[in-house]
Design a protein around this ligand. Structure first.
Ligand code: PEP
Ligand code: MG
Length: 547
């Protein structure tokens, strides 16, 4: 007999604020075949079971393809379903069962053979190997009665618990169904955390013990404190969700431009990754978009989007902006955000490798196509479009990018400051670009030599680290001297306690997820600019006026 569970609390790092409670759905691992292989009594029944399971896999993928609203996802799902229906996979399964293998083992063998064939063919066919493995895992899980691998599909809302989530998993999450995320691993500024924030999902990462929570257990997740209460009652869960709905309603009524209490303007902008994000600009009354992460549109794309396709997407995002500005970052692929079509393989240390703007050294056409598409969408909509490059390290890179952007007819060209070298030589960069935007997530990672994916190093990645704030100040001062804006678009900008400090350091705009705007707006409205400057000095360990 088991005693009734009393709630126990797990502790992780809260990376996306909000409270949510509900039943847990565990992210399934790829199934492995049991060591003991059962004997087969009816070979043709095994073959029929294997093909029937493949057909159900195909049907499920097709249903998801028909209902997904995620750009590019339908074609990936349809292509995967086609593999499950391919007779050249069914025939070897029948041969394998005729040779005495049970259904799941026959699927495994046939997939192995099919994989070798695709790899031999190379090119596009070889790229389908990932889809083939997906078909294998789903079909074998079904045959063995194991949980489906990947993000679970449920008809009712749930809390998603996983060991870790790839950005490509997070990007396909259905925010209607997923109430909150909890992962055992992951860091505070990982892209999974950022995506959770942009979806407005409470999220806790680096939470040891998370994967030992039972399927269906009721949990309450506090994405601000990082606490996960396991085994709460249905009443407690309902109360937590009621409280959160009340808080969301209060935040929704916050309006107006960012200002300190004595009227110093600080533009409050949004970080977005798609059209849905663009729509929230008006909803939270932000002054525009400070970071449009264009790579988020293409995380699960196997081939490069055409210029026309990009124009259509950017046009619909720009149309949502009205006369508010939008700062578009060109593709920032690499490290924890690989884009399959850019073929970035085999780097021993990808965070220090060919990522961000550096990819354009190898594949300049990808950048010039994107700039051309952005320019066409800008002309079609008349939107106020600024463009900026990720991972700029030198003035020469800044100049190269700005020249390319202007040649396409995009007058406002900027650089992200994510590498200490760019901060140290910000004045040189500003000779070529019109603005700078500090990416504190990467700037912290490179300043502190601490992987942003690592929950264990969260203290080093803390944006209050004075070394990071020194670089912010240095960059802001270079901007003031050049008379050019310097914003922050890393996650530091979303902190209501840090925002006044950043303003005191000279930052002119703060860009964050929609869910953070109301709290940051309120925090700024309670301090004067002089108080912000004082807070900044204290944060740097340089005292203050003592008031
Ligand atoms: C950053 O590094 O702070 C940033 C805004 O870019 P990303 O998080 O997308 O790398
Ligand atoms: Mg970055």
């Amino acid at each position: 007999m088991t005693a009734p569970d009393t709630p126990r609390t797990l502790h992780g790092i809260g990376v996306s604020p909000g409270l949510a409670a509900g039943p847990v759905a565990l992210m399934g691992d790829a199934p492995s075949l049991p060591v003991e292989r059962p004997a087969v009594t009816n070979q043709s029944a095994e073959a029929d079971a294997a093909v029937a399971a493949l057909t159900v896999t195909a049907e499920q993928l097709e249903r998801r393809a028909a209902t997904t609203a995620i750009p590019g996802a339908a074609e990936v799902l349809e292509a995967t379903a086609m593999i499950a229906r391919d007779p050249s996979l069914h025939d070897p399964i029948r041969s394998a069962t005729a040779g005495g293998l049970p259904a799941a083992w026959a699927v495994d063998r046939a997939v192995d053979e099919f994989r070798a064939l695709l790899l031999d063919l190379g090119g596009y066919m070889a790229e389908r190997v990932g889809d083939l493995d997906d078909v294998r895992d789903r079909t074998i899980a079904r045959l063995l009665g194991k949980p489906m691998p990947g993000v679970p599909e449920r008809d009712t809302p749930f809390i998603l618990v996983a060991d870790d989530l790839a950005p490509a998993d997070t990007v396909t999450l259905d925010a209607e169904r997923v109430l909150a995320l909890v992962t055992a691993r992951g860091g505070p500024t990982s892209h999974t955390a950022i995506l959770a924030r942009s979806l407005g999902l409470p999220a806790v990462v680096a939470c040891p013990g998370a994967t030992s929570i039972g399927e269906g257990e009721l949990v309450e997740v506090d994405g601000a404190t990082g606490q996960v209460r396991v085994g709460v009652s249905a009443d407690e869960a309902a109360e937590a969700n009621r409280q959160e709905a009340g808080r969301r309603a209060a935040r929704a009524s916050s309006r107006g431009p960012g200002r300190t209490s004595d009227g110093h303007p600080v533009a409050l902008l949004l970080n977005i990754g798609d059209e849905a994000g663009a729509a929230s600009v008006a909803a939270v009354d932000a002054e525009g978009v400070g970071l449009f992460r264009t790579e988020f549109l293409y995380l699960d794309r196997k081939d490069a989007p055409s210029v026309d396709e990009q124009v259509a997407l950017y046009t619909s995002v720009f149309e949502a902006m009205g006369d508010r500005r939008i700062v578009v970052r060109t593709l920032d692929a690499g490290a924890d955000k690989p884009l399959p079509f850019l073929d970035q393989k085999g780097e021993p240390n990808p965070a220090l490798g060919v990522r961000g703007l550096r990819i354009a050294r190898r594949a300049p056409q990808v950048l010039t196509d994107q700039l051309a598409a952005l320019a066409r969408a800008q002309q079609a909509t008349g939107a106020v479009v600024w463009v900026m490059a990720p991972m700029v390290s030198t003035a020469a890179e800044a100049q190269w990018f700005a020249d390319l952007a202007r040649a396409e007819g995009l007058p406002m060209a900027g650089a992200m400051v994510e590498v200490p070298a760019a901060s140290l030589r910000a004045a040189d960069l500003l000779e070529h670009v019109d603005f700078l935007s500090i990416g504190t997530n990467d700037l912290a990672q490179y300043t502190m030599a601490a992987d942003r994916m690592s929950g264990d190093l969260a203290d080093l990645l803390d944006p209050w680290q004075p070394a990071l704030l020194d670089l912010v100040r240095m960059t802001a001062e270079a901007g003031a001297a050049a008379g050019k804006p310097v914003g922050v678009c890393g996650e530091a900008a979303a902190s209501p306690t840090l925002a006044p400090v950043l303003v005191g350091l000279g930052i002119t705009s703060l860009s964050m997820s929609a869910s953070a705007v109301a709290d940051v707006r309120e925090a700024l409205a309670t301090v004067t600019l002089a108080e912000c400057r004082d807070l900044a000095l204290r944060a740097l360990g340089e005292g203050g006026d003592g008031s």
